[in-house]
Design a binder for this molecule. Structure first.
Ligand SMILES: [Zn+2]
Length: 180
C-alpha cells in the first residue's frame, strides 16, 4: 500500500464585511519626481487622496476598526502592539473588489458597455489604491496578508456587484476557522 498526500483543497473563506465606498475611483500607480531633495508624489494626487480617504472612512464605519496611532510601540487607542494591530491582523485574507467607474456621457444608455478606456484607469492601479487604504484603515495589519484578490471594473448598475453611482464595493474575507 502506498501512502499518497491528500489532494490540496482550495481554502474556504468567512465573509467579514461588504464595504460600499462612494466617490470617484482613482488608480494608484504613476509617480512623478519633484526634483532633487523634493521627493515624489502620485501624478493624480488630487483625485487619489480623497478616494483613499473615502475608502478608509467607509471601512471604519462598516467594520468598527480604527487606525494605528503610535505611543511607544503600542496603539494609543487599543494598546495593541504595532505588529499585531488590525481588526483582522496577521491571518490569511481574501479581497473581492468591484470598482464602479463613471459612465461617459457619450456611451450608449441602453446597451451594456465596458470601461476599457484610459480614463477608467488600470485595474492593478485600482487594486493598489484599495489595498493600501484597507491597511491604513486598521481593518487588516498589512496588505501582505492578502493571499487572494479578485477585482473588476464596471459601469454603474451594469454588474451584480456594481453600485448605482461611482465608487467601490469591497468584500473582505478571512480564512475559515481563523480566530476573529
Ligand atoms: Zn488600536
Amino acid at each position: 500500500m502506498t501512502l499518497t498526500a491528500p489532494e490540496p483543497a482550495a481554502p474556504t473563506w468567512d465573509h467579514r464585511a461588504a464595504i460600499a465606498v462612494y466617490g470617484t475611483p482613482a488608480g494608484q500607480g504613476a509617480i512623478s519626481f519633484l526634483g532633487k531633495g523634493r521627493g515624489a508624489r502620485h501624478t493624480n494626487d488630487k483625485t487619489l487622496k480623497p478616494w483613499r480617504q473615502a475608502i478608509v472612512l467607509a471601512t471604519r464605519d462598516t467594520t468598527g476598526c480604527h487606525g494605528y496611532t503610535d505611543f511607544n510601540g503600542i496603539c494609543l487607542t487599543c494598546r495593541t502592539p504595532k505588529p499585531d494591530h488590525g481588526l483582522y491582523a496577521n491571518i490569511p485574507t481574501a479581497v473581492d473588489i468591484t470598482i464602479t467607474v463613471p459612465k461617459p456621457k457619450s456611451a450608449p444608455k441602453r446597451r451594456r458597455t465596458w470601461p476599457i478606456t484610459r480614463a477608467s484607469s488600470d485595474i492593478d492601479h485600482h487594486a493598489r489604491a484599495c489595498l493600501d487604504a484597507l491597511s491604513l484603515s486598521g481593518v487588516i495589519r498589512d496588505d501582505s496578508q492578502i493571499t487572494e484578490l479578485a477585482i473588476r471594473k464596471v459601469y454603474p448598475g451594469e454588474h451584480p456587484e456594481a453600485l448605482p453611482t461611482p465608487g467601490a464595493l469591497i468584500r473582505l474575507y478571512t480564512l475559515a476557522g481563523a480566530p476573529e
